[in-house]
Write a protein that binds this ligand. Structure first.
Ligand SMILES: C[S@@+](CC[C@H](N)C(=O)[O-])C[C@H]1O[C@@H](n2cnc3c(N)ncnc32)[C@H](O)[C@@H]1O
Length: 296
């Protein structure tokens, strides 16, 4: 199954906390729905450092709670938000509480570009909780352009449910850095696990391309990811990659055969608007032979 069996994983797990935390960000393509199963699988192989190069909302990190983690994302504002939540969550909450969740306030904040790192994180969290559908979208100039969400969207859950405080504790074990995935995959060593949840380039089971970042994750990026994951796996690193269920993705990862996951799409809140979507999980490197059992 893996490309390398040089350091096969033991059943012994090291440095993983048992208490799960709810992610503080709502993030497109987030793996909240499958994070407990992915974390169970990862836990079996993790003997040293956990790497997550496509951090987003960090669903798997917050279930796994590893003792040592390196977390990264190409979105510098997102990484800054994690750093400020880890190091200054009380200040962040105090500033957030001052901001009413109103249309007027939303557009005022959307138009601002604070220099201060804590204020940038406050803006990021406020927009994440009050934007339409919790969508993150930048225009071609790199400016956030999602309209106001309205309804009962508010950042209040961040302090009412102590999401930032709990995240701040969990993140003490994390080295956070902005950047491209490739440099992170290069750092991993045998005994480490790398979980990759990239932006999906192809939509599920059709040929249309999607974009929700200022720089689209291109087909070249997908090829770069397979190459880096394979190189890491050949060094004895356990690498897990999720992706859309699509013929061209399966061909890209051949000879690795994916575990196929089913989920109901949450694009529309209406029951009729939901549809079954399939996704893939690939495991490269020294995973236990029976890794798929966690997904049944
Ligand atoms: C599907 S989301 C990850 C969701 C996350 N697993 C969760 O559960 O919330 C993909 C993330 O990859 C990031 N990304 C896109 N291109 C990247 C690149 N070249 N290197 C690193 N991160 C990238 C995006 O900014 C986005 O946050």
């Amino acid at each position: 199954m893996g490309t390398s069996q040089k350091h096969s994983c033991s059943e012994e797990t090291v440095g993983v906390s048992t208490s799960t935390i709810q992610p503080f960000l709502k993030w497109p393509g987030g793996k909240r729905w499958i994070a407990p199963k992915l974390a169970l699988c990862i836990k079996e192989c993790l003997r040293s450092t956990y790497y997550e190069p496509f951090l987003g909302g960090g669903s798997v990190f917050f279930v796994l709670r590893p003792q040592r983690a390196v977390l990264s994302d190409v979105n510098g504002d997102l990484v800054n938000t994690y750093v400020q939540v880890r190091d200054h969550h009380e200040e962040v909450i105090t500033l957030l509480k001052e901001l009413p969740a109103s249309r007027e306030e939303y557009y005022r904040i959307r138009n601002e570009e604070p220099d201060n790192a804590v204020e940038r994180a406050v803006r990021f969290l406020y927009l994440n909780r009050t934007a339409f559908g919790g969508i993150y979208r930048l225009n071609k100039d790199g400016k956030f352009n999602v309209p106001f969400g309205g309804g009962d969207r508010t950042p209040e859950i961040l302090w009412r449910n102590k999401l930032l405080k709990k995240a701040s504790i969990a993140l003490r074990s994390a080295n956070l850095r902005p950047g491209d995935f490739e440099s992170l995959l290069r750092l991993a060593k045998p005994g480490d696990v790398v979980f990759c949840d990239p932006t999906y380039t192809v939509s599920h089971e059709n040929n249309s391309f999607r974009r929700y970042n200022e720089k689209n994750f291109s087909w070249e990026d997908q090829k770069r990811l397979v190459r880096s994951a394979t190189l890491a796996a050949d060094r004895g690193v356990a690498v897990m990659v999720t992706n859309a269920y699509h013929k061209c993705i399966k061909e890209l990862y051949a000879p690795h055969s994916p575990m196929i996951l089913n989920r109901m799409s949450c694009v529309s809140p209406k029951v009729q608007g939901r549809r079954l979507v399939r996704e893939c999980v690939f495991a490269l490197g020294p995973w236990p032979r029976r890794w798929r059992r966690h997904f049944r």
